[in-house]
Design a protein around this ligand. Structure first.
Ligand code: HEC
Length: 108
């Protein structure tokens, strides 16, 4: 009985976060990723890379796709998909709906 209760409790604990929106947990960390990992290439508009100001006008899903499966994914192999989604929400200033197992990302 005790075990069953503990199992239910831990299952609840594990599944609850997926159902809830996931606000960006550490804005400073996401900002640091952008400054240290994106800004040097996206500093200003040039033939190769659009400026960050241009990237910020994209829909968050477009930025997330670029980071998760597009050409920016090779530059960010160490970031989890959810971190990339947080970067996309941070840059675009718009929330991202849940996708598969990944919870919604909100700004606050
Ligand atoms: C080594 C240089 C470099 C780094 C570092 C880099 N990018 Fe890029 N990025 C580019 C280039 C070049 C392009 C345009 C060519 C392409 O689409 O592959 C691009 C394209 C993009 C696009 C698509 C823009 C569009 O108009 O469709 C997004 C979004 C993007 N980058 C986001 C990021 C983010 C966010 C980071 C940091 C996590 C990052 N990039 C890091 C060079 C870089």
């Amino acid at each position: 009985m005790k075990l069953a209760a503990a199992t239910l409790l831990s299952l609840g604990f594990l599944t609850a976060p997926a159902a809830l929106a996931d606000p960006i947990r550490d804005v400073a960390a996401v900002n640091a990723i952008v400054e240290q990992r994106c800004a040097m290439c996206h500093m200003e508009e040039d033939d190769a890379a659009p400026a960050l100001g241009t990237v910020k006008k994209l829909e968050p899903a477009a930025i997330a796709d670029m980071l998760i499966s597009g050409s920016m994914s090779a530059l960010t192999p160490d970031l989890t998909p959810q971190m990339k989604r947080e970067v996309a929400v941070f840059l675009s200033g718009k929330p991202l709906p849940a996708s598969g197992d990944l919870p919604e990302v909100t700004l606050k």
